[in-house]
Design a protein around this ligand. Structure first.
Ligand code: EPZ
Length: 417
């Protein structure tokens, strides 16, 4: 069941509830290691990255139980601090276990989380920050060993607002001795969600949501009940899917407050957007207008995770679009697949592509090679005339609970094969 069949060219009509956020859930699941009691994490998305994280937590000694409304995790009996090789190699987002385990056990052994299709994904910022807190690292035989005799608070300035490095510093700092002042922190909403979870557990964190965080360490944390917010990238995927395919849809629980740059671009491309407490209503234009010049950037800039989806919609827009990717060095892999569907895309340098909109994309057999590129191919498929088969969908299931179900609820003709 790793391919999707789409009969495209049908305008969308309908509503869909947006799932819990992958990039919020993963660091919160890692943070449950820091409490001596159980937590219930509600609205946790049922996606393969979460399943992989859960298996890592179980391997460390956590007791885990999926429930109707979420997942309960109790880390009180965690003894181990070595993370199984296989799982980590396959999943970059387990990197946030580094900070959590350093905070909990004072040592970690894990396989060096390598790069992936979209980039080398170095961890120098993580290591430099944690070294300032007293962590010593050794890299040998593909393994990363971390040890801290005394984990101490520090004044850390991140030269780039790395989401993962920010999360690892927060996770290590809440149980460290003394205070940690973190400047240059990532502003992504997922960082604020992590801080909110930890504060519900009793942590003292000031400045959550801003670029300077003060984490007062040393407090024993309790368990809590916590709800993961909706996924802004999944919401943006379906929002641009509607802009490209036409029609009108309602995205229940879509976190529009975190989607300013996304909504502005959707309106620039001709969408009519209405937001309410319940979510986002989108009315598509007859044909999307060109995206103009789009530049991905750290939050609150346009999110890199929606760049491929915008590329797909721009491929059938009225006019030329210029897309510049500033976060990851290899995030245009989906271009070759979109060209198979008739897209006219020229690479102008390593980080810029020029898209000349064509009247209509044509269905084709295409392969997804990573999560967000795969989602973009599904969007291209609902826009295209004819049938599209998207293979390699195991990548899509890393971040989308059930993209076929969701797109069908929006009126698309999609089946999984
Ligand atoms: C998080 O990745 C997200 N993943 C990514 O989502 C997202 O694209 C990214 O943030 C940017 O918003 C999760 O939250 C699990 P970074 P992360 O550290 O933390 C460089 C998805 O599709 N860098 O902010 O790895 C790095 O190479 C995924 O859901 C260093 O150079 O992102 C990249 O160019 C993809 N050294 C840039 O910073 C470091 O030590 C942004 O990385 C760390 C990062």
């Amino acid at each position: 069941m790793d391919s999707i069949l789409i009969q495209g060219g049908v305008a969308l009509q309908g509503k869909v509830r947006i799932q819990g956020s992958k990039n919020a859930a993963l660091p919160v699941l890692a943070a449950t290691l820091l409490t001596g009691e159980g937590s219930l994490i509600k609205n946790c998305p049922r996606i393969s990255d979460v399943y992989a994280m859960v298996s890592l937590l179980k391997g460390l000694g956590c007791s885990v139980c999926w429930q109707e409304n979420g997942i309960s995790i109790d880390a009180s009996s965690v003894q181990r601090c070595e993370i199984g090789d296989r799982a980590v190699t396959g999943m970059r987002s387990s990197l946030c276990l580094l900070g959590a385990l350093i905070g909990r056990c004072g040592r970690v052994v894990m396989e060096h989380p390598g790069g992936c299709v979209i980039g080398r994904r170095p961890i120098d910022l993580h290591l430099a920050a944690l070294e300032q807190m007293g962590v010593a690292f050794q890299e040998e035989g593909g393994k990363l060993r971390a040890e801290a005799d005394r984990l101490c608070g520090a004044h850390i300035v991140l030269p780039f607002p790395s989401v993962g490095a920010t999360e690892n510093v927060v996770l290590a700092a809440v149980l460290a001795e003394g205070d940690t002042l973190l400047e240059g922190a990532a502003l992504e909403p997922e960082v604020e969600t992590l801080c909110r979870y930890l504060k519900c557990c009793g942590a003292r964190i000031e400045g959550a949501g801003g670029g300077t965080l003060l984490i007062r360490g040393g407090r024993r944390l309790c368990g809590t009940e916590f709800a993961i917010p909706a996924d802004r990238i999944v919401a943006g995927t379906y929002l641009f899917g509607c802009i490209g395919a036409g029609g009108s849809v309602f995205l229940e629980e879509a976190p529009w407050q975190e989607m300013g740059a996304v909504l502005r671009l959707a309106e620039d491309m001709g969408g009519r957007i209405c937001t309410s407490r319940e979510g986002i209503y989108v009315q598509a234009p007859c044909r999307p207008a060109a995206a103009g010049c789009v530049r991905t950037a750290p939050y609150p800039g346009f999110p890199t995770d929606l760049q491929s989806v915008v590329l797909a919609v721009a491929a059938a827009a009225d006019g030329e679009s210029l897309i510049r990717e500033t976060i990851f060095e290899n995030r245009f892999r989906v271009v070759e697949e979109l060209r198979r569907m008739g897209a006219v895309i020229e690479e102008e340098g390593v980080d810029v592509v020029r898209v000349r909109g064509t009247e209509r994309l044509r269905g084709a057999r295409v392969e997804s090679r990573e999560l967000r590129g795969g989602a973009a191919l599904a969007v291209a498929g609902i826009m295209a005339q004819g049938e599209t088969a998207v293979t390699g969908c195991q990548y899509i299931y890393r971040g989308y609970e059930n993209i076929c179900r969701d797109l069908r609820e929006l009126g698309a003709r999609v089946t999984s094969a």
